[in-house]
Design a binder for this molecule. Structure first.
Ligand code: FES
Ligand SMILES: [Fe+2]
Length: 384
């Protein structure tokens, strides 16, 4: 068994809070997963970009080779953000006194240090990083677990049958509100102005340790239906009047597939991740990949693209208004006073609690990785 396998087999040091007691809005996202923190195209060639995960500031930079690296965003010298720095080849040079860092966070050069001068710390924390689906993923948890932890598997992304629309938006709420929002389709009243009157009927749901999957039958019962919604679903692609929607929280991600009546494959598939931005995790960045089946008529999707974008943004804006209002209520009340009645939402709350991490313990541990930082400081290495 390799060290990586052993690390993956051991229980996580980030043990979940007591499910019965924890206020879900105080449960942190488990860092032992791959989280998107930026769109790939935003990390330009030989440029640096500031990103964040749950209060940990991360400097992403793309080296000359094209590879992306992720470092703790503070110089070991005087804590100035490395995201203010300059990329040189495969290193990132701090803007202040020009200490240079390799992609793994080790210091490669301190320009003014003479032989025999006091040795500096080894460097800063380097995060495992990967690019996939047009996103930059980092692994903020135990780096020994990274290799054995899979990235999300999205076969439709690369398929010629689908074209992907990408979203990235900051939402001022705890990530759990986002999971609950998408899984609870009983909120279609909120969207009645955009999509008309939709009747969602729960066909069934399943729950296990780390996932909840719900299936709904959607029927349109009146009102003007948005034409872009029609293109996305039954009217334009499947030709029927009802759609089966399958929504799944598979910790820490979420997916939604919509299969129109009489169709043999989804008209669209959505994959989403809600990545906490601040240490208290009251704000998250929602990344979404909407993979849309190309209709039979050539060029139709191309024409419809901006309308689909506008339609989905309108729906998202309504959802955002609701979940941010929920967060404000939590902030005012200082606790979760919700009276949730829908069984599968109670289930997903359990899943998020069980797989999450205690927020306070993590904050007490320091924002970036104090334990890791201490280890690095002890491991004193000279300038190379
Ligand atoms: S603060 Fe970065 S080199 Fe001095
Ligand atoms: Fe919604």
């Amino acid at each position: 068994m390799t060290e990586t396998d052993r690390a993956a087999a051991e229980p996580s040091e980030h043990t979940g809070p007591d499910p019965a007691k924890a206020d879900l809005r105080r449960v942190g996202a488990n860092p032992d997963h791959w989280y998107p923190v930026a769109l790939s195209r935003r990390v330009r060639a030989e440029q640096v970009l500031a990103a964040t995960f749950a209060g940990e500031r991360i400097a992403l930079f793309r080296g000359k080779s094209g590879e992306v690296h992720a470092l703790e965003d503070r110089c070991a010298h005087r804590q100035v953000p490395l995201s203010m720095g300059v990329v040189e080849g495969e290193t990132l040079r701090c803007r202040y006194h020009a200490w240079a860092y390799r992609g793994d966070g080790r210091i490669s050069q301190i320009p003014y240090l003479a032989k025999g001068d006091r040795r500096p710390p080894r460097g800063v924390r380097g995060y495992p990083v990967r690019e996939a689906y047009g996103l930059v993923f980092v692994f903020p948890g135990d780096p020994r677990r990274a290799a054995a932890t899979p990235l999300p598997h999205l076969p439709a992304f690369g398929s010629p049958r689908y074209r992907t629309m990408t979203y990235s938006r900051t939402v001022r709420c705890h990530y759990s509100f986002m999971h609950e929002n998408l899984l609870d389709m009983n909120h279609q009243f909120l969207h009645r102005g955009v999509v008309g009157r939709l009747h969602p009927e729960l066909l069934g749901y399943e729950t296990d340790e780390r996932s909840v999957e719900a299936r709904y039958l959607f029927t349109h019962t009146g009102g003007k239906r948005n034409r872009s919604a029609g293109l996305l679903a039954a009217e334009g692609i499947g030709g029927g009047t009802a759609d089966v929607m399958t929504i799944r929280t598979d910790y820490p991600y979420q997916t939604l597939d919509l299969v129109p009546e009489n169709a043999d494959r989804p008209a669209f598939r959505l994959w989403a991740a809600y990545v906490p931005e601040d240490a208290e995790q009251r704000t998250c960045r929602a990344f979404g990949l909407l993979m849309i089946d190309k209709p039979g008529i050539p060029g139709l999707l191309q024409v419809a693209w901006p309308f689909i974008r506008r339609f989905t943004e309108r729906v998202f804006a309504e959802d955002r208004m609701a979940v941010e209002a929920e967060q404000r209520a939590w902030d005012e009340q200082g606790e979760d006073r919700n009276h949730e009645v829908f069984p599968l939402i109670l289930d997903v709350r359990e899943v998020l609690r069980r797989n999450g991490v205690p927020l306070r313990a993590r904050a007490a541990c320091g924002s970036a990785s104090p334990c890791e930082g201490a280890r690095l400081t002890d491991d004193v290495r000279g300038q190379e």
